[in-house]
Design a protein around this ligand. Sequence first.
Ligand SMILES: Nc1ncnc2c1ncn2[C@@H]1O[C@H](COP(=O)(O)OP(=O)(O)O)[C@@H](O)[C@H]1O
Ligand SMILES: [Mg+2]
Length: 222
Amino acid sequence: MGQNVITVAQQKGGAGKTTVAAHLAVALSQRGFRVGVIDVDPQGSLTHWHRIREERFGEGYTGLQFASVSGWRVGSEVSRMKRSCDFIIIDSPPHVETEARTAIRQGNLLLVPVQPSPTDLWATQATLQLSKSENIPARIILNRVNSKSKIVEMIEKELTGALTKTRLGNRVIYAAALMEGRGVTEVEPTSPAALEIKSLVKEVMAFFPKEQEADAREMEMA
Ligand SMILES: Nc1ncnc2c1ncn2[C@@H]1O[C@H](COP(=O)(O)OP(=O)(O)O)[C@@H](O)[C@H]1O
Ligand SMILES: [Mg+2]
């Protein structure tokens, strides 16, 4: 298995970084991957979520390895987790500051949630520039999209090639599941939200072809 590090970053707060990180982590873990999650955001939303998860499932039984660290420690935490994880997901703070830069530098893939609004779009440029200067491939995931709007069309035109095929709708279950320390794929595995996250998992796995092969082998054996 490879050692795949996905950083979720976006300069703008409230774009959906923590949402994407948590649901993706759970869904990857449900597929049988060993998943590590690192919260680099001092606000600690993901840490809070994981604490609720521990209360629900029991300490050590969340299906995830978890660490909350400050930016300067993220490198050593990633190295540590690489020994026992197939995927590591980093949730980063909402500014293109040293902490976010350090987090981005650790990743093999940068996932950038963007809501269809001008301010989100403008904020994205800084994050994309950072990915370019650090030479880390980036994919933008449209979040809270409900229907095809003018702004979605504009974003598609402006960011072609960099967008994931998966989009996340504006769905209450994304927030509700987090409140329970869970992911949408656990709460309602066949809900539209869960299907969106499963589609994101597929895209992420296709990005890391080694994982896809391993997954296919497991399926054959099963
Ligand atoms: N696709 C979505 N549907 C509904 N609510 C969402 C969605 N994505 C994010 N939210 C909500 O928006 C708020 C900000 O999301 P969050 O993931 O915390 O953003 P960030 O980590 O980028 O600051 C949260 O209250 C979250 O529940
Ligand atoms: Mg957050």
